[in-house]
Design a protein around this ligand. Sequence first.
Ligand code: FAD
Length: 313
Amino acid sequence: MQTELFDVIIVGGGPAGSSAALYTSRAAQKTLVIDKDPHAGALGMAHSIANYPGVPDALTGMELLGLMKRQAVSFGAIYRNDKVTAIDPDGPEKTVFTVSGNAFRAKTLILATGAMGKSSEIPGEKKLVGKGVSYCATCDAAFYRGRAVAVYGKNREAVEEALVLSRFASTVMLLCPGGKLAVPEEEAELLHRAENVEIRYHSRVLSVNGEMGVESLSLEGAVDPLAVEGFFIYLSGSAPVLDFIGGRLEISSCGCLKVDREFMTSSPGVFAAGDMLCKEIKQAVIVAGEGCQAALYAGKYLRGTTIHRADYH
Ligand SMILES: Cc1cc2nc3c(=O)[nH]c(=O)nc-3n(C[C@H](O)[C@H](O)[C@H](O)COP(=O)(O)OP(=O)(O)OC[C@H]3O[C@@H](n4cnc5c(N)ncnc54)[C@H](O)[C@@H]3O)c2cc1C
């Protein structure tokens, strides 16, 4: 049993967790960040980030994460590579259990394990994530200016993202797995009006093909592969990573962790931030802002005050 008592343990070292670590460590709170693998997080998978404020030259998600970590470490945050398997969130001292058999204790926890796409398991998908396979047109559409792309899905997200892509790509092929889009008629109408969008119903993608990037899709019943450079998948959405919670914290009706307006979960002293919370827009800048807020509210909890202290001295 590890006996050192931290002020804050942050579970997850993505943009939400690392931003929280920057604020807690800079406030002189003894901070431990436990992250199982930065490559496994959403930002770690992103091949090019060009919309993070203050970072004008596009860089990979891993490079951006490296900068965030460096900044937090410069103020004293400790990063540890380990997978959290369970937490005990009750009482004044919380415990975090990891797969390596350790148990870490802290006065507060900030959970920031993100959300992961439910695997659709198309052959080739995993290999080409970040190399043409994407789950976020808002993030990546600008990289496909003048190129042919395909969107796979029939839900509202697929339709909205196809419209986003139509402003950049030369052609957008919307591959609908069924005979009808699952959106109101007026939304489908927007797609019909976009000149460079074509909808192919009853489409089933058998594989995503390419070595260094997406080159084509093999479709059921089609002789020739469909040549595209980008493939955006919206089959099953993403789900918050909550497997280590073990029913110890309240979950909202939409399946994400429940927090109050101060980012505190149902257990006092346990905060959460980032894509593991319900949100319509998943972007690094948004979750970094949430990490900051969770950290400042955790500081307020640690001081036992009701007064929030700003961090701009
Ligand atoms: C392919 C792709 C491209 C994107 N492009 C952009 C973009 O261009 N611009 C933009 O702003 N946003 C982009 N996004 C969205 C953005 O990356 C996410 O909104 C953001 O990363 C969410 O941050 P987070 O810290 O909540 O979670 P994550 O970034 O997912 O980080 C969670 C971390 O927690 C760790 N973790 C999970 N479970 C455990 C556990 N049990 N124990 C320990 N550690 C654990 C993970 O390994 C990971 O490091 C993109 C997303 C994807 C998937």
